[in-house]
Design a binder for this molecule. Structure first.
Ligand SMILES: Cc1cc2nc3c(=O)[nH]c(=O)nc-3n(C[C@H](O)[C@H](O)[C@H](O)COP(=O)(O)O)c2cc1C
Ligand code: SF4
Length: 463
């Protein structure tokens, strides 16, 4: 593995030279036309091949409804020109919220989401002449549930000797019963129905980043109908897909964002070889899952990987600087990018005609479009997604279609937005939207330090 380095490339050629020196396979092209081409998703068409990936702001109203920060984020995304907006994690049950301000669609607040979607489409049409496809991510946070204040309230499918202590699991009382899991497909279906009524084009049954559905995929040691065999570990996900299809009908998009690789050893990780090596990927089950999802009528996929809460967050998002307590990765960020690209290509191959949205682009800054266009051109994905890149630079898709990205607007992969989440605050881009988020960053850091029993030694520095 090569040494970790910060991004420091003055030209596309310098970046290509580094890729070559590292012996990586990262094709790129200066023909950006593949990004501009429309993409058919179920019965809808995204007007171009660029997507906003789900990016939680942890800033909804206490009942999960539309706050002003949430509203302004989605208005910026929609005016920004992406062909698809994959709305952030939205809890299907109150006890499965990752924080007390996580989005949650309810009978009471659904009309506010309907009004926001209308406003978003109006903003998109005014700026770009077209409206994006809207997908809402439905989630249960499982091990990472924290619905009230700063108190973890984990709900886990299996005990995990590596994660239990870090996540507040002390005994088997945190392990959920089969009866509890049996009750969840109806909750996904109800949230999906509300989403459909509000004007979303589809929902994602989230199965990534080691939240409940993701950890279930890896629950080799669980007994009963949801653990052990591949059929049992994928049961809840496929039951939720069937339940949503039943209530929402054939013309509603069902999507799935799932972890292809957990970077967590067998028998606690998914997509792992059985030798217990954290880094040994085995694609057999993830590809079988992609095929099963397509067979079940899922019309859009997005791959992710890793556990953003654990010590290898570069597997999920390649970065320059990590959040607190995370060791410097033992690999170059371009190797982390290549891993994500290779997973997308595998999933796209397994998914056939069903579009897959790739990720891993933000670290590449203003050069990302050249790699995205090449990946679409070679059939390694149908759309290109931006996560941190979207909160830093929401109008990047517009700029890409009108002359190119501006380096001074790009995400710098500093992990401060993640740090705010870890400090239990409302998050956004601390660097490119500093007027709003730099003071919040300082405030939450100081509060987290105080909670940790440390005297906050002055305000943390910002670069
Ligand atoms: C602050 C923050 C919030 C995120 N929220 C979500 C989320 O709600 N759902 C999800 O699937 N991924 C979430 N992610 C992961 C991103 O969607 C994306 O996979 C990751 O950042 C890598 O893409 P990027 O390199 O373009 O940023 C989040 C990431 C960050 C940094
Ligand atoms: S705070 Fe902004 S610049 Fe830093 S990683 Fe997050 S989105 Fe990127």
């Amino acid at each position: 593995m090569a040494q970790h380095e910060k991004f420091n490339f003055g030209s596309l050629q310098e970046l290509k030279d580094k890729i070559q020196a590292l012996g990586l396979q990262l094709p790129c092209t200066e023909d950006l036309s593949p990004l501009a081409a429309p993409v058919k998703i179920g019965g809808r068409t995204a007007p171009n091949g660029m997507a906003v990936l789900p990016m939680e702001g942890c800033d909804a109203l206490p009942d999960g409804g539309v706050s002003e920060l949430l509203r302004s984020r989605y208005l910026r995304f929609c005016a920004g020109g992406a062909g698809l907006i994959w709305w952030e994690a939205c809890a299907v049950v109150p006890e499965g919220r990752a924080n007390e301000l996580q989005m949650m669609l309810t009978d009471e607040n659904a009309a506010d989401y309907a009004a926001l979607l209308e406003e978003c489409n109006w903003a998109a049409e005014e700026k770009n002449g077209v409206r994006p496809v809207h997908i809402l991510q439905l989630t249960h946070s499982g091990r990472y549930s924290r619905p009230v204040g700063h108190i973890p309230a984990p709900i886990v499918p299996q005990r995990d000797p590596i994660l239990d202590e870090r996540t507040g699991v002390r005994d088997d009382s945190a392990v959920c019963s089969d009866n509890y899991l049996d009750s969840l497909p109806a909750r996904y279906a109800h949230s999906a129905l509300l989403a459909r009524q509000a004007g979303f084009d589809g929902v994602d049954i989230k199965a990534c980043h080691r939240y409940l559905m993701s950890e279930l995929l890896a629950s080799h040691t669980r007994h009963g109908k949801y653990g052990g065999s591949f059929e049992n570990r994928t049961r809840l996900l496929l039951d939720a897909v069937a339940a949503v299809r039943k209530v929402c009908g054939p013309d509603f998009i069902i999507a799935c964002r799932f972890n292809v690789f957990d970077a967590h050893p067998y028998p606690y990780g998914f997509g792992q070889q059985k030798d217990g090596d954290v880094w040994a990927f085995d694609g057999t089950e993830p590809m079988r899952l992609a095929e099963a999802l397509v067979g079940a009528g899922v019309q859009l996929l997005s791959n992710s990987a890793g556990n953003p809460y654990y010590i290898y967050p570069q597997v999920t998002r390649p970065f320059d600087t990590s959040s607190q307590g995370i060791p410097i990765p033992q690999e170059h960020p371009l190797q982390s990018v290549e891993r994500l690209f290779s997973f997308t290509a595998l999933v796209q191959q397994a998914a056939g005609q069903v579009p897959v949205i790739g990720n891993g682009y933000t670290w590449l800054r203003q050069y990302a479009p050249y790699f995205g266009a090449a990946n679409i051109a070679r059939g390694a994905c149908r759309m290109v997604g931006f996560g941190r890149g979207s909160i830093a630079y929401p109008d990047a898709p517009y700029d890409i279609l009108h002359g190119g990205m501006q380096p001074q607007k790009c995400c710098v992969a500093c992990s401060r937005c993640t740090q705010i989440m870890r400090d239990h605050g409302r998050t956004g881009c601390v660097i490119r939207n500093g007027a709003v988020y730099a003071p919040l960053y300082r405030q939450y850091r100081a509060q987290a330090d105080a909670r940790a029993g440390k005297a906050a030694e002055g305000a943390p520095e910002l670069v």
